[in-house]
Design a protein around this ligand. Structure first.
Ligand code: NAD
Ligand code: UFG
Length: 332
């Protein structure tokens, strides 16, 4: 059986849907609900028939986690649970190292105790740091510019070391680029509390009339229109990548490191224009100074995912914006 940590969250919930669509009839979810709501579980069940065994558990709580493994024959963990706000990680580094690193260590100890040998881990394009030139390939050196990014670099290292020590361990380090969009049903998506840090949730709140205007962070980068360029990927494509990665690691012990991106970059203003087109809403914006720590351009070389997993992103920027807008209309 598969355990999904952080399965009530944005990427986790979409991955649960894709796993169920791929034939999983029963799944275990652990989430402390620090950044999600339990109602997501009912939404998932409305999309796809699946039995979900939910435990409101913090993965740092070793005893509670041990209990989950004792009650369920878990052979695979898809590990999303973690804190992810870059700015907050600079303000609260200890919280980030504690939650993300200790959480993963506790999870691995529990897996080890129960003989669970498969782990899919949510890494990030952030591990390419500022020293590499895009498109990023998986063999580039890793680094980070903030505590959140360092937790990803460190967790990758911990998993690589664990796999080196145990030849039966099968690990996938999936480096996500910029997931946006929502399930086409409009039932699950991303709806952060408070003022969003990321571009798409911010645009959604402007479109919904909850925020007045978008602040575009810099228009003096060396890019097509001066605004930052990112590799935006539809969250459903990203979720499908997990199913493919799981199929792969079942046959290949060791560590798979793979980018999940489209291989194509779009600017902030490309996103604004496409969102306006599909939603019919105007997104007013102002140009602000650059956000400290932002790279001008970030996009994947997506060859390895295609070659090893047979996976490529299928959905277009229009799909991403239209699905984000549908979720916004129905939920915000
Ligand atoms: P999310 O916040 O929506 O999901 C994370 C989930 O984990 C939440 O439901 C939260 O309640 C839960 N959680 C956090 N700490 C926990 C703990 N100690 N114990 C149990 N549950 C805990 O975030 P997301 O966007 O779905 O991201 C999932 C993973 O992917 C994260 O590890 C994130 O760092 C990584 N990632 C996200 C992005 C992105 O842009 N969204 C990009 C790259 C990597
Ligand atoms: N941007 C704005 N205004 C906003 C928010 C963002 O102009 O209000 C711009 C940024 O400057 C950047 C682009 O929109 O050019 C994307 O910014 P996001 O904050 O949406 O995403 P990032 O690329 O900065 O970072 C995200 C996650 C990180 C993750 C990284 C790579 O927040 O955790 O993608 O996966 F590491």
């Amino acid at each position: 059986m598969i355990l999904v940590t952080g399965g009530c969250g944005y990427i986790g919930s979409h991955t649960v849907v894709e796993l169920a669509k791929a034939g999983e009839k029963e799944l275990v979810i652990v989430d402390n609900l620090s950044n999600a709501k339990e109602e997501v579980l009912d939404r998932i069940r409305q999309i796809v028939p699946v039995r979900l065994h939910f435990y409101r558990v913090d993965i740092r709580d070793e005893e509670a986690l041990d209990n989950v493994f004792s009650l369920n024959p878990i052979d695979t963990v898809v590990h999303f649970a973690g804190l992810k706000a870059v700015g907050e990680s600079v303000q609260k580094p200890v919280l980030y190292y504690e939650n993300n690193i200790s959480g993963t260590l506790h999870l691995m100890k529990t897996m080890q105790k129960h003989g669970c040998k498969r782990m899919i881990f949510s890494s990030s394009a952030t591990v390419y740091g500022p020293g590499n030139e895009p498109p990023y390939t998986e063999d580039m050196p890793t680094s980070a510019t903030n505590p959140y990014g360092w937790t990803k670099v460190m967790q990758e290292q911990i998993l690589r070391d664990a796999a080196a020590a145990d030849p039966q361990l099968c690990v996938a380090l999936l480096r996500y680029f910029n997931p946006i969009g929502a399930h086409e049903s409009g039932l699950i998506g991303e709806n952060p509390n408070g003022i969003p840090n990321n571009l798409m949730p911010y645009i959604c709140k402007v479109a919904a009339g909850k925020l007045e205007k978008l602040h575009v962070f810099g228009n003096d980068y060396d890019t097509c229109d001066g605004t930052g360029v990112r590799d935006y990927i539809h969250v459903v494509d990203l979720a499908a990548g997990h199913v493919q990665a799981l199929n792969y690691i079942q046959k290949h012990p060791g560590v798979l490191t793979v980018n999940l991106g489209t291989g194509r970059g779009f600017s902030v203003l490309d996103i604004v224009k496409t969102y306006e087109k599909v939603s019919g809403r105007k997104i007013p914006y102002v140009i602000d100074p650059r956000r400290p720590g932002d790279l001008p351009i970030c996009y994947a070389n997506a060859d390895r995912a295609r070659e090893l997993l047979g996976w490529t992103a299928k959905k277009t920027l229009e799909d991403m914006c239209a699905d984000s807008w549908r979720f916004t209309e129905r939920n915000l």
